[in-house]
Design a protein around this ligand. Sequence first.
Ligand code: IVH
Length: 642
Amino acid sequence: MADSEYDLLFRELQEIEEKHPELRAADSPTRRVGAAPASQLEKYEHLVPMLSLDNAFDDGELRSWEEKLVRLAGDDVRQSGYTAELKIDGLAVSLTYENGVLVGAATRGNGTVGEIVTNNVRTVRDVPLRLRTTALPGRVEIRGEVYFPFSAFEEVNVARAREGEALLANPRNAAAGSLRQLDPAITAARPLGFFGYAIAAEDPLPLQTQWDVLDALSEWGIPVAPHRKRCRTIDEVCEWSRALEHDLRSSLDFAIDGGAIKVDAFRVQEELGVIRGRVPRWAVARKFAPDIAETELLAIKVNVGRTGALNPYAVLKPVEIGGTTVKLATLHNEDFVRQRDLRIGDRVQVKRAGDVIPQLIAPLTTAPRGKEQWVMPVRCPSCDTPAIREEGEALTYCPNVACPGRQLEGLVHFASRGAMDIRGLSYARIAHLIDSGLVRAASDLYGLKPEQLLEMEGYAEKSAATLVKAIDDSRAQPLSRLLHGLGIRHVGEAAAQLLARHFGDLDLLLAANAAEIAKIRGIGLVIAQGVADFFSDPSAREEIQRFRECGLNFTEPRPETAGTSLAGKAVVVTGTLPTLSRKAATDLIEAHGGRVTSSVSKATSFVVAGEEAGGKRDRARALGVEIVDEAELLRRLESGDS
Ligand code: IVH
């Protein structure tokens, strides 16, 4: 389904649910967003421990692994054969489904106890809120890996570099960091993916092999990693691993650190067992060497970003890493170069994973060092204005708002997928529009006529009309995208969403001062000040006024809560409630705008206590915090008085 179509249907669903909250299903897609931030992540005990894998670093080690298995379980091992899967380099997560509906999600943690990340996982589009099966009664945990696709990772980092924000180190850490956010809105702004690979069920399922598991997951709507193979012999496994490492790996849009090889038949898996309850004998990770190569640093150049940030990058002697040739690598900022004491002519180590911008790790101190030290240019390489680096800032800036380099990058950002998403408005076309004098500021785009484009090179009737329509359509984008597109320093997608959601209307944001903006959860003082400064600038105000005249949408759809009766309330749930599970009570409170916290303090609005409530009820009494029962909670949710 096209994004635009999805958005329309989603909007319609939101409106229906707003009018009829009783119709809002547990697996409604509107539940993917809108949960309130948590104050800390709570613990979760896994139904069955989440295991880890032993490693095999080459074919020899794979064969020794098989020999050991054959000694333990004889010919059964070879008869069973193996399922070979990608070993995704992300974050292990367990999804809990009750009667087919997603009710919880937890990280692996120490294997036995993880952290609850349900509201964050709900924002991951790959994770179905309801499984496509009716034959799955009871409680089932689906294990898999949450990952950050390379393409998305790069987009986020390019944006962060432009904002002058610290870069995400690598997709794995970024996936872990995104999932463990206390505010689901931040997770939602990061397009994470999920692949399932295992099932732990309360009641036995009629599955006989690991291959069956992957088929079942896939049928139920859980994405399963591509390129899996059922191998009859360990030779086939070796061959598959080789192809994976040398051919397939570089074509993937996500990181893998090897293959996961599993004895296929459950009967044989059980026979082989698990070592110390943690590492199964019946599975092994075939690990790959990291994607690092050595080459020579030929030059260091500087590119001007949208905010005026001067971004140094390395020009390298071309080197092949994982099947592609690398010529450039990011150097982030001046300090990055200084800290590594990078000199032109150095032998350097470069890392590349998939399509991520190659990273320069360090010079090889064992090789002769280059002589020429690099200094940050004192003038902007695009407009020659003296550059500025303020105290405490990592980045050096070109302060000239009319710098052609900045304007170009600014418009590219405005039109980009995470912002106004104007399809067809490519880097080259924007450069062309600026050169021809038709466009300087983003608002100029909205006055473009097909006839003007037709006069330029590279447009035919159809392409000109298509582009003008794409620009026109973007007027309706929600406020969060417009805010992101404006390129306010420190305001990335996540912050833009928080701002848009809080104020709902650009005019309300324009009227707010830094202190008011900083009251939003997740927005610090630096961002708030940056936002206030941006909007107090007369030229920014003029641009906003032009956007208004061009009919751009200045509003954000309301967050999808079932109500706001508990807005701003911090609630503690303790003991066993008569009808609601802890999870269901939490979901209800959050859906009505409340926050569920784990410990009772003076800031607690009220405690919902059930049977065997114990310590938390006592503490609430001691602090004079109100204590209510389930019936009273439900009454408050319904009546709206709390
Ligand atoms: S199986 C046997 N399969 O690797 C049960 N793990 O080192 C153990 N992982 O914690 C896990 N892709 O996070 C399995 N296809 C895959 C995997 C996979 C990634 C991760 C997982 C686990 C770690 C084990």
